[in-house]
Design a protein around this ligand. Sequence first.
Ligand code: FO1
Length: 309
Amino acid sequence: MNRGLVVALSGGVGGAKLALGLSRVLPPDELLIVANTGDDFEHLGLDISPDIDTLTYVLAGLDNIEQGWGRRDETWSFMATIASVGGADWFRLGDRDLALHVERTRRRHAGETLTQVTADITRRLGIEHRIRPMSDDRVRTRVLSDGGWLDFQDYFVRQQCRPVVRKLAFDGVATARPQPELMTALADRVRAVVICPSNPFISIEPILAVPGLRAAIEGCGAPVVAVSPIVDGKAVKGPTAKMMQELGLAVTSASVAERYGDLLDGYVVDRDDARGVRGKVHVAPTLMTTPADKEALARAVLAFADQLS
Ligand code: FO1
């Protein structure tokens, strides 16, 4: 078997499923999971990092599967109470989840980086694999709609993705520095870079927009393989399909691949989605329902990447 580090780029729920599969087939020193932080925001005085949270809960086995975000076995006393005193309740922080945000915020205010806080909390929750933010600097995804610019969580959660997306911007990205371990890793022996089946516009493109990161991925010499977030011409979850239509793109695996362009060496698509995809394609079941599905897809992606190298 080909050894070396696998770098996986991920957003929230879809990406986290493959990240979990990869963590089950690779030892901790052979996987580095890079999380999008463009969705991060400050809410009720707390630092919230949704994609890091989702990856953390999924890899720790604490995720709320039905909801797609947050913790399982959650209670909502805090939300009910804050609503009763007139506080914002559109972004729901469960009691258990709240503890993580309070602790993250305290440590960030005490001077720890997002990398340090994430590394420590994930370790305490029993995760041996590395989950790292794309950058320790502040990057905020914003959405241009017909009424003007919206903060990402305002668009995504408060307005339930209803506004039509005209354009996306990643505020702060021009001066953001890539997470240092990631750059060191990419300069060393990399087996593959895996782009998880996350929304390309709001989950993967913010990562690739961090100055130096895309070039480091292109220059690392390892195959870059993406898994399509489209299955059977539909997005598995979330607003990917709606966003693609609004941005004038066909809702196909092919148009996601075109969006990534030259970055990709290979592309993994589901059975009926290979049509129109140029370049090296591997067909595999990409709908991950069971733990076995996640591991099988992880193995298929790695085997395909090894063939390409
Ligand atoms: N998503 C929702 O749709 N509604 C919520 O109330 C909500 C709360 C929330 C709290 C903490 C957290 O880490 C994530 C949360 N999310 C919620 C998920 C979320 O913000 C999005 O799914 C991602 O940003 C998109 O990847």
